[in-house]
Design a protein. Structure first.
Length: 258
């Protein structure tokens, strides 16, 4: 990936311009490479719930970069120096940090992603040096950090989280957020009003703080809806769910009696 592509993506996100990405949970670099060439602004690799380890993250990021079209991001497994540093060293343009409950949590995520004096990231850029260069100040300027809003405390403290210095935006995990507002399961119709109110409050908090507001969505139609509701970037589905959906649809067509 060229540094120009990474820097342009960072500029776009920080300017709250709209961006659309894709979610990958499989350790399938060839498939990830093909997805990365379709025109998405970014492809996010899921190291928290996804079915890929460090080699999968590394190979996935190289596959994304090979298309020279999208940038690679990683939803890290935890809010700590090692997980965040390894994802960035492997070449991620940005990290999505789960289970951020407070402004202090968000500040810790920023510190883990930034070299001194801004943070405590250990110097060992490996692939990231190819993306943006080996100078820590340049890496600090280009690296994106997003805090996930998905818990009762995260929702309660969303304004303070959005105001965290160095944080580039927030990212909604809708499944956990649905449970956080009282749902028995993701998509529970019984809490639709509460869920929509939470989405609105999160988007407004990000807008007031001038940071990006991202959200995961199950389909392109939902992504378009969220963008129209004030979210500035949105990720669509996942490679695993789409593989299952398409395979199921083809099977149904093959055995149809009509």
């Amino acid at each position: 990936m060229t540094s120009e592509l990474a820097l342009e993506f960072a500029r776009k996100i920080r300017a709250r311009e709209q961006a659309v990405g894709y979610w990958a949970v499989l350790d399938a670099p060839v498939a990830t490479e093909r997805i990365g060439r379709l025109g998405y602004d970014y492809v996010a690799l899921d190291a928290q719930h996804g079915l890929l380890g460090y080699s999968g993250i590394l190979n996935g990021l190289m596959a994304i970069d090979a298309g020279h079209t999208a940038v690679g991001m990683v939803r890290v497994e935890d809010n700590n120096l090692t997980a965040i540093g390894k994802a960035l060293d492997a070449g991620a343009v940005g990290v999505i940090v789960p289970l951020v409950n407070t402004a202090e949590d968000a500040a810790a995520a920023v510190a883990a992603a930034k070299y001194p004096p801004m943070g405590g990231r250990s110097y060992g850029p490996m692939r990231s040096a190819l993306r943006i260069g080996p100078v820590p100040a340049d890496a600090n300027a280009a690296t994106l950090v997003f805090a996930m809003i998905e818990t009762p405390d995260g929702l309660k403290n969303v304004k303070e989280i959005c105001a965290t210095p160095g944080l580039d935006g927030i990212y909604v995990g809708p499944s956990d957020l649905a449970i956080a507002v009282g749902g028995a399961f993701p998509g529970d119709p019984a809490i639709e009003a509460e869920f929509n109110a939470a989405l609105e409050a999160i988007a407004e908090a990000a807008a007031s703080a001038g940071v990006a507001a991202g959200i995961h969505t199950p389909a392109g139609e939902v992504a378009a809806l969220r963008l129209s509701q004030g979210y500035t970037f949105t990720t669509i589905a996942s490679d695993l769910t789409h593989l299952e959906q398409i395979a199921k649809a083809h099977l149904a067509a093959a055995i149809s009696k009509d």
